[in-house]
Ligand binder design. Sequence first.
Ligand SMILES: *Cc1c(COP(=O)(O)O)cnc(C)c1O
Length: 352
Amino acid sequence: MEIITQKVSDSRINQVDPLDIKFGKIYSDHMLVADYQNEQWSKAEIVPYEDLVLSPATTCLHYGQAIFEGIKAYKTPSGEVKIFRPYENWKRFNLSAQRMGMPDVPENIFMDGMKQLIALDRDWVPSSEGCSLYIRPFMIATDAFIGVKPAEEFKFIIISSPAGAYYAQPIKIFVHDKYTRACAGGVGEAKAAGNYGATMMPMMEVRKMGYDQILWTDAVHHKYVQEIGTMNVFFVLGDTVVTPDLKGGTILAGVTRASMIEILKEKGIKIEERPISIDEISAAYDAGQLNECFGAGTAAVVAPIAELHYEGKDMKVNTPKENSITDMLKKELADIRYGRIDDKHNWMYKVC
Ligand SMILES: *Cc1c(COP(=O)(O)O)cnc(C)c1O
């Protein structure tokens, strides 16, 4: 689908220092916008990146009908621009939309829109190792109405921002047995804005105590682990990789998570998706079997964990050595993304 495009007259790309990219500080020249009214989507338009003008009564500002996605585009050594598994994000976006009472965004707006937007802003995709263009599609409810009801008007937007190499220092984790991120029947499996808002205060508290992130446990028993901050979580217990399953509806189905599970299976490494309690992790630690532990998500890709703190007990995890599972996954995903190994899964979506 041909998307209406209004180009900038002067690019702001020279404001980016390729050796010191500050994520989220600067956005690429263009953005994609589509509006939903009278039960249909308008034509998508690519326009210069600009501020939005909204009524102060705009419903998303009050009642939180807002969802988003996070996707990365990479530049291969030959200069091709490719996006990692964007169809998975499109599908997940529409699952989030359904859960939040918002309309589906059709493929010709989400996928064709993203492709044409990134092709136009291709100079914004950094080429050095570890760098990428972070793509942020999102949808907000835009009725100018403060009565509480499902909205009827929505805006879908895609913006993007260059992201530098993310040298993930091993992080210290506080296992929370008080606050909850998500409960069964709630919106934990949707990428809904409010899920993040609710985690800011507990995050501030644990930061004050010297921790980097929270390992969330289930809302009922505060025993079964769910996610680390806003990443999925993996444990290597003995020679088996274990990650919580998605059946409870409280965990966001990460694309990074799914990709890692596939890679582990191919390499013949034992991987189990099942409920896992903090007591099991603690017992494995005591038995010297908690070998590795890491978070997985688009932003950091792999975030190794140095320490888990649970009810007065500090469990130190070895920082991943060469040939560890953490290291292998990180390397394998980077090799696929930068086109250094064959993309046999067809995960890379070519933009230009
Ligand atoms: C986005 C997100 C993830 C990671 O998903 P990816 O598709 O791998 O980026 C994990 N947990 C939460 C809560 C998230 O919002």
